[in-house]
Design a protein around this ligand. Structure first.
Ligand code: FES
Length: 177
């Protein structure tokens, strides 16, 4: 029996806290990741993400940055999506560590779902889809801008932020539901 693509493919990231607020608050409370930050899984905030934890082709991991002094950037607006694309995925990003803000550019929800097979981020609030293999490009839904990316590096086996966001993270509009 035919099903919609989302019925077939949508999965939730297991470690996600769903978004409930958005809009102007995105711009008022930036505590974004900075170079040198390490990363902690959102569902295991005392742990530090290792490069080997990022399995190529697996769904993204929702993480919170941790400052070099160990303090957690605990706001949901600080959260990131980390993944490695499968080696078979098209494009130069295959196999590399990729990081994106987890905050939807539409109205600031956490982009908490993943479409396996298509390898797309999915925001559950209004259905925006982003392609991590194409610099976070919007490929569906109302999002007005790509998801900003952030460079990562493997430092002695740990994942570390290596630079700044490609653009200012955060929602561009107020919620509409
Ligand atoms: S907040 Fe993500 S699609 Fe609207």
């Amino acid at each position: 029996m035919p099903c919609s693509r989302r019925t077939l493919l949508q999965t939730s990231l297991g470690c996600t806290v769903m978004a409930k607020t958005a809009g102007a608050m995105d711009f008022a409370a930036p505590d974004w990741a900075e170079p040198g930050d390490r990363l902690s899984p959102a569902d295991h905030p005392t742990e530090t993400l290792r490069a080997r934890d990022i399995i190529a082709g697996a769904p993204p991991i929702l993480v919170s940055p941790r400052k070099p002094d160990g303090e957690l950037r605990g706001s949901r607006f600080s959260q990131l999506l980390i993944l490695r694309l499968a080696p078979t995925a098209n494009g130069p990003s295959s196999g590399r560590l990729l990081g994106y803000t987890a905050i939807c550019s539409h109205a600031g929800c956490v982009v908490s779902s993943w479409i396996p097979g298509l390898n797309l981020f999915l925001c559950p609030c209004h259905g925006s889809e982003y392609d991590p293999a194409r610099h976070g490009a919007v490929v569906g839904g109302p999002a007005p801008a790509p998801l900003p990316s952030i460079p990562l590096q493997d430092v002695s086996g740990l994942v570390e932020v290596a630079g700044h966001f490609s653009a200012r993270p955060g929602g561009r509009t107020g919620r509409t539901d």
